[in-house]
Design a protein around this ligand. Structure first.
Ligand code: PLP
Length: 350
């Protein structure tokens, strides 16, 4: 090393923002699971089969050379298909030209919406369990009306994450807050966010969207352009084809397929002495696991992984306080054979 190099003391460091960021418990458990080649019931990876129409649409787009940047807010065909789906399924009428931004998954859509609409220091009201937004999408209509009314009285934006809108059980129906009749200016203040990761089993494709009033959509679109440029082109074509081609029967079939998975896992948890809270939407079971050794849910999750090779998410990841410490979250978006193996291993815990 030369004498000049030896004198330079490095002042390189991580950003101030980095000090507030930790790896998510969900990702951390997936990494732990990989180390032991276990069964990942932690992350909602959804490694079930994707619909043929979606796959064929994407393949055709590659064959047709649709490989370059698309419009920053998504190809017209996809925005139009989403607008049609929003009208028919969600009861929301939007202009596909000015109100929809296709982004890198619903996570990308949410990030762009937050950057466009929130300021440092703004207060945000978050429901617990946080990533359990599915619970809130299934609340009774009166409670949604209460939220809409509260938002109007306090002049708030409403961000609604509807990613599990088709995963409904026990006769439940999905209600988008924006579609509520008679609620004051809810259309103006609500940012509807969703995506196709879960519905079409394409979590790695990164296709989601936001839909909102044109005043907000324009800036969300600019930010999407800055951060992502656009969502992957051929995959946008595949999703557009899926929305156009798949009948209501497909979505009903999805819910029917998942209720069987839910019941299978819930029964196995029950037999293992881990008390499941059976959900009426989405594809996760929070189970009460106080009988497992460990002072925190993280310790209990690691115990379960060591004993059975099954990865779960510590309940504390979904609550602000200690409320989640006796819970683990189990994902059942798994192919049947893998889920059945997980159930057999759980039952051996007894
Ligand atoms: C409630 C909720 N919203 C959003 C996401 C992420 O969806 P996407 O793949 O569209 O970014 C997840 C993933 O597990 C989720 O559970």
């Amino acid at each position: 090393m030369s004498s000049i190099e030896a004198k330079v003391e490095s002042r390189l460091s991580l950003s101030r923002r980095a000090a507030q960021i930790v790896q998510s418990e969900i990702r951390m458990m997936s990494i732990e699971c990989e180390k032991v080649q276990g069964i990942n019931l932690a992350q909602g990876v959804c490694d079930t089969e994707l619909p043929r129409a979606v796959a064929e649409g994407a393949k055709r787009a590659i064959d047709r050379g649709m490989n370059s940047y698309t419009r920053f807010d998504g190809i017209a065909e996809l925005r139009e298909a989403i607008a049609q789906k929003l009208k028919v399924y969600n009861g929301i009428v939007v202009d596909p030209l000015t109100q929809i931004t296709v982004s890198a998954g619903s996570t990308g859509a949410f990030y762009c919406a937050c950057l466009a609409l929130l300021n440092p220091g703004d207060q945000v009201v978050l429901f617990e369990p946080y990533y359990g937004y599915h619970v809130n999408t299934l609340l009774a209509e009166t409670e949604l009306e209460w939220i809409a009314d509260f938002a109007a009285r306090h002049d708030l934006f409403v961000f609604t994450d509807e990613i599990y809108e088709y995963f409904l059980y026990d006769g439940r129906r999905h209600i988008s807050p924006t579609s509520l009749p008679g609620t004051r200016d809810i259309q103006d203040r609500t940012i509807t966010i969703s995506g196709f990761s879960k519905t079409y089993s394409i979590t790695g494709w990164r296709i989601g969207y936001s839909a909102c009033d044109p005043r907000w959509a324009a800036m969300i679109g600019y930010i999407n352009d800055l951060v992502y440029v656009c969502a992957p082109s051929p995959l946008q074509w595949g999703v557009a084809e899926g929305i156009r081609e798949l009948s209501p029967e497909f979505y009903r079939g999805l819910a029917a397929e998942y209720v069987v998975k839910r019941d299978l896992l819930a029964a196995a948890l029950d037999r293992a002495g881990l008390t499941p809270c059976s959900p009426q939407g989405a594809y996760y079971i929070l189970a009460e696991v106080s009988r497992l050794p460990g002072a925190t849910s993280k310790e209990k999750a690691m115990y379960l992984l060591r004993q059975t090779g099954i990865a779960t998410v510590p309940g504390e990841a979904f609550f602000h306080g200690a409320e989640g410490c006796s819970f683990l979250r189990f994902c059942y978006a798994k192919p049947d054979a893998e889920l059945e193996e997980a159930c057999r291993r759980l039952e051996r815990l007894v």
